[in-house]
Design a protein around this ligand. Structure first.
Ligand code: CU
Length: 143
């Protein structure tokens, strides 16, 4: 019986997600496009590359880098560029925060009968380079 418990415990430990979400929110906007921000911690000793993302509230999610400080607030399309992947360093953090990177969410109107509401919970699934997927819950906020 003790061995069985140990095996179960080991199994659970292995099934733990490789990335931890420390902070995450989706900006509440009236329009069809918004941005999501998150801080991810990688507890492993290898870098983790994120190659894709999806959420039920948007038709498409892209990784963007803000190229001019300050324009992030208005989601100025001329002040951002798309990047293919994001890397969370080994035993370190990736801060996807205003002025740096953001996740661009397109097609909100197609997916949501009502505009996003303050405090609404939104799931976001990240696809890692090794094929695994991790899902986090973000909150819709006006900030
Ligand atoms: Cu963008």
């Amino acid at each position: 019986m003790r061995w069985l418990s140990l095996l179960l415990f080991a199994g659970l430990a292995l099934a733990q997600p490789t990335l931890r979400l420390e902070e995450g929110w989706v900006r509440r906007v009236p329009g069809n496009i918004t941005a999501a921000y998150l801080v991810l911690y990688n507890p492993t000793d290898k870098p983790i590359r994120i190659v894709g993302a999806s959420t039920p509230i948007a038709t498409r999610v892209e990784f963007h880098q803000t190229t001019q400080a300050g324009n992030d607030q208005h989601l100025d399309l001329s002040a951002m560029r798309r990047v293919d992947a994001l890397t969370v360093p080994a035993k370190g953090r990736l801060k996807i925060l205003p002025g740096g990177y953001h996740l661009m969410l397109y097609g909100l109107r197609e997916k949501n009968p009502k505009p996003l509401a303050e405090g609404q919970k939104v799931t976001l699934t990240l696809r890692l380079e090794d094929g695994t997927k991790v899902t986090f819950t973000l909150t819709v906020e006006m900030r």
